[in-house]
Design a protein around this ligand. Sequence first.
Ligand SMILES: O=C(O)CCC(=O)C(=O)O
Length: 276
Amino acid sequence: MTLGTDQIEAYKRDGYVCVPNVFTHQETDALRRLVYRLYRKFRPGDDQLARLDEPWNDPAFDEKMIALRASDPKTFGALYDCAQYSVDVLRFVTDPRLLSIAADCLGDEAENLSYSGVMYRMDPPGDQRNALAWHQDRAYYPQNEDGNHGLVLTVALQDITAATGALVICPKSHREGLLAPVTADKSDYETTEQRQVPEEAIDRYSQIHAEMKKGDLALMNLNLFHRSGANDGDRIRFTALCRFHRIMTDDYVPFGLLYQFNDFLSERIWKTRNER
Ligand SMILES: O=C(O)CCC(=O)C(=O)O
């Protein structure tokens, strides 16, 4: 799958482009099903939805996940972390169609790209703990000195409207280059670190909501100003994200985070071992 010249021009001009219908519902549902399988791993006794054909798509499953997050955030966090490292997610965000589209936007070949920041986001209604304030992804991902040499993509795993948390974007703001971020401390493992774009810079741009249908893809220049939308709906917003960086440019530096593990699960395993 390749982009038309008008889509590539839109990406260059506005710093982002939305590409409809990249994935079929069957493909996006495979990631939704992963969450249901993990839920059953952590709540094996709860088989109330097992009779349904597609429990992962049912509003009742969202209710269960929302209840889990509220009543047992550590188990929700463990489920969330397991999803992040699933091969299903990695395969999904490095699908040849995505690579080809990302390469078109970056003016390079797919085999010249590296990936980072693979994420499977689950944003429950009214929950802002992992919402990102105005930022540029380049402030988090320094692989290329020039933010124009990388991009972040997000795939909608259900329809996303302004009311259910569509990303808010400042078109053309990528032309500013990387601005010095205003940082806010990460208060704990379950919240997201903020590296914010200064407010006066945001005021120079208009803002739009990048609404998407299930299976649509949005790509953003790493310098583009954007933030999480507020999910005021009643279902979880599921999205799959990844970053791509150009390897063959002179400004590329391989970069990875220090290893991170879910200490709740690891302590639980050690405790069970010691009790034996
Ligand atoms: O999906 C979201 O709410 C924010 C994602 C985002 O802005 C990012 O990961 O850079």
